[in-house]
Design a protein around this ligand. Sequence first.
Ligand SMILES: Nc1ncnc2c1ncn2[C@@H]1O[C@H](COP(=O)(O)OP(=O)(O)OP(=O)(O)O)[C@@H](O)[C@H]1O
Length: 307
Amino acid sequence: MIEAGAGIASLIVNPAAGRARLLAAQLSAIRELLARRGYRTEIFATTSEPGSAEAWAREAAERSAAVFACGGDGTVHGVVQGMAGSACPLGVVPLGTANALARNLGLPLDPLGALTQLMNYQPQAIPLGEIVSSAGTRRFTVMAGCGPDGALVHALDSRLKSRFGRQAYYLHAARLFTTRRWPAFRVSYRLAGSAEWRHAEAAAVMASRIPDLGGLFSGLTRAARLDHPHLHVHLLRAPAQLSFPAWFGLTKLGLPNPWLTTVDMEELLCTPLGARPVYAQADGEPLGTLPMTLRIVPGALRLLMPG
Ligand SMILES: Nc1ncnc2c1ncn2[C@@H]1O[C@H](COP(=O)(O)OP(=O)(O)OP(=O)(O)O)[C@@H](O)[C@H]1O
């Protein structure tokens, strides 16, 4: 349980997240709930400016008893950039479309219900993923990768998801996937507990931190854990037109999949093999192109989690 009566509870709200309007409808009840626990509520709204969630979070973490990221996985991603390394606990209030992290934390999807539950959660130090790409260095909580998923995140406007729902987003993604060619790239990696570098080629790489990514990706990352000390990585061989459908089909049915390797790693480096760009993403946010390095930063975040 987080300390009661411990000062400021900062809510960092993304007004553009899929279900942000729910927060406004419950705001007075939320303030009351937090006041009953002895908190003074402060609310910060993010802007479309890159880094706005990070800047608010950094400032809030210095002077708050707890910070709450109110939005979807993209909002949590922004807030985490400002909170990594801080002792201040972070709670997730799901107001986005997918809300993969909140669902894996067992949180209800209404803000008041989620905050009520968070009051009974414990702050636990968890590792964060780290991604270094042409977009710089970022931390991630849900997943990171490159290949068609990265290109789709770059090409698709995330507002499509909240405006038309997940199904329309998937249809749009399927059309892009089938009409483009996906270049293979080089992957160099060290397995968990090993100092030896191995090399392979892949059409897609995904490191997951949660056991259920939701939607189409449900059931594909069952062994991933938020407190896992290594990267849980899925390597999909070329061509992507075969390995992606096989991943969604064979792997979900529990059948052997010759185009997929799933292993725990210390570190992974992806470099392009040709001139065509390969796109990277983390937590559904576009993060530039290869080269990309992934690793784990131990104990980097104090997250409010079920005890
Ligand atoms: N004030 C704002 N106006 C426009 N965009 C914003 C604003 N604040 C943040 N953003 C951007 O909104 C995007 C979507 O946020 P988020 O991912 O939290 O919602 P979502 O897509 O509905 O949820 P999920 O990722 O869980 O499906 C993020 O890329 C974030 O950078």
